[in-house]
Design a protein around this ligand. Structure first.
Ligand code: FES
Length: 169
């Protein structure tokens, strides 16, 4: 169940806290910080697909570390969203092999179709357009990831069909 943040109060669900405790238990008691990546993933899933400063502060509290230690990680990895996102986050590979197979045209097509630039949300709030580095599907480019799912060998027509299908969900 998605949780909400109000002012400075951030409350994880019991289910999420149980999962967080399970990850923390994999490490020595004085090394809780080692669980920071899975805990941030849980936090992002729990709080609407992004990690606000308040949520990051809560992660720091849970892991007994300074907030800056969480900010450093959350801002380094592109998989963590630092602003509110749409229902569907499109992560388009922009690395060389995908570019050679037309990723730049696909990105341009997406910007036109969604009416937003990379790093922004579509005007209807349904989609967030991001670019990321190689997702290890180089032979099937251009490609993108939405949550855990890959969509490969894309072209503008296939992309439009995918967006139409996602819009109906
Ligand atoms: S270059 Fe795009 S998946 Fe590797």
């Amino acid at each position: 169940m998605e949780q909400t943040t109000t002012q400075n109060e951030v409350q994880f669900s019991e289910k999420a806290m149980a999962e967080i405790r399970r990850y923390i238990s994999h490490y020595p008691a004085d090394r809780k910080k080692s669980a920071i990546l899975p805990v941030l993933h849980i936090a992002q899933a729990e709080f609407g697909g992004w990690v606000s400063p308040q949520v990051q502060d809560k992660v720091a509290e849970i892991l007994d570390i300074q907030p800056i230690e969480v900010y450093e990680v959350a801002t380094f990895y592109t998989m963590f969203n630092l602003k509110p996102v749409g229902k569907h986050v499109l992560e388009v590979c922009r690395t060389g092999p995908c570019m050679l197979r037309g990723a730049d045209h696909l990105i341009e097509h997406l910007e036109n179709r969604l009416g937003c630039h990379v790093g922004e949300n579509s005007s209807d709030g349904l989609f967030t357009l991001k670019t990321v580095e190689c997702l290890a599907a180089c032979g099937m480019g251009p490609m993108l990831q939405i949550r855990e799912k890959y969509y490969e060998n894309l072209d503008p027509q296939k992309m439009d069909q995918l967006l139409d299908d996602l819009s109906k969900e």
